[in-house]
Design a protein around this ligand. Structure first.
Ligand SMILES: NC(=O)c1ccc[n+]([C@@H]2O[C@H](COP(=O)([O-])OP(=O)(O)OC[C@H]3O[C@@H](n4cnc5c(N)ncnc54)[C@H](OP(=O)(O)O)[C@@H]3O)[C@@H](O)[C@H]2O)c1
Length: 236
């Protein structure tokens, strides 16, 4: 049986992050979520954190460590989109997305790695997207931020792999959340036609892959990209 761990999920108040937090709670772990608004699911500790601000992340981790002990598992899930075609994409559209999705992961993992190095144990899971390696018109900012997480996890694996720390990427396809509900209906139908499984995934299906990567059973898996996409991204 997997040991009970202290887990942090960023953006755990809704969508995929909330489902990931629920799954960790169901498995008996000590779970904290970061949120800018609202709270995490029942059984979690909610702390405020802004992904673009290292000081706010540091304060959130200090609060979590005081309440639940050293952080052993971190899931960098918080993310945003600002979709538009390249010629219309502003500097702000680009930097906001990269600073939240990639910069946020950097700040959170950097802060979490201190305790993991001391404990000589850690599980880092970065939530990317099928779009990271598949590409998507109108998502140059988002796709670039998500594919960068692969280089991030692989470099981290080379830096910290000998200290009992693994770093992996989960790449969801189209999942039923606020993010995909915001897409125009026609676009949603077009995406569904392209997915071999012929349906969107659920946040719970992503959560199962994440908790498995964080488990003792996955100790020898690092630098991997695990797709949860109904076959959409095959070969990418
Ligand atoms: N939905 C999909 O189909 C899909 C597919 C592939 C990958 N993903 C990825 O999965 C992750 C979760 O997606 P989702 O669909 O669950 O998204 P969502 O429902 O839009 O939730 C996004 C989460 O990120 C948080 N967040 C955003 N910007 C933040 C910031 N600057 N500081 C702190 N927290 C911030 C949000 O907090 P607030 O509530 O406070 O705004 C919220 O908790 C994202 O990284 C996304 O790119 C999603």
């Amino acid at each position: 049986m997997t040991q009970q761990r202290t887990v942090v999920v960023t953006g755990g108040n809704r969508g995929i992050g909330r489902a990931i937090a629920e799954e960790f709670v169901a498995l008996g772990h000590r779970v904290a979520v970061t949120a800018r608004s609202g709270g995490g699911p029942e059984g979690t500790l909610t702390v405020r954190a802004e992904m673009t601000d290292a000081a706010s992340i540091d304060a959130a981790f200090a609060e979590i460590e005081a309440a639940l002990g050293p952080v052993e598992v971190v899931v960098a899930n918080a993310g945003i989109t600002r979709d538009t075609l390249l010629l219309r994409m502003s500097e702000e559209d680009f930097t906001d997305v990269v600073d939240t999705n990639l910069g946020g992961a950097f700040r959170v993992v950097k802060r979490a790695s201190k305790g993991m190095l001391k404990a000589r144990f850690g599980r880092v899971v970065l939530i990317s997207s099928v779009v990271g390696l598949y590409g998507s018109a109108g998502q140059i900012n988002y796709s670039a931020s998500k594919s960068a997480l692969v280089g991030f996890a692989r470099s981290l694996t080379r830096e910290l792999g000998a200290r009992g720390i693994t770093a992996n990427v989960v790449a969801p396809g189209f999942i039923e959340t606020d993010m995909t509900a915001a897409l125009p209906e026609e676009q949603q139908a077009e995406y569904k036609r392209a997915i071999p499984a012929a349906r969107y995934g659920s946040a719970a299906e992503v959560a199962k892959a994440v908790t498995w990567l964080a488990s003792d059973d996955a100790a020898y898996i690092s630098g991997a990209v695990i797709p949860v996409d109904g076959g959409l991204g095959m070969g990418h």
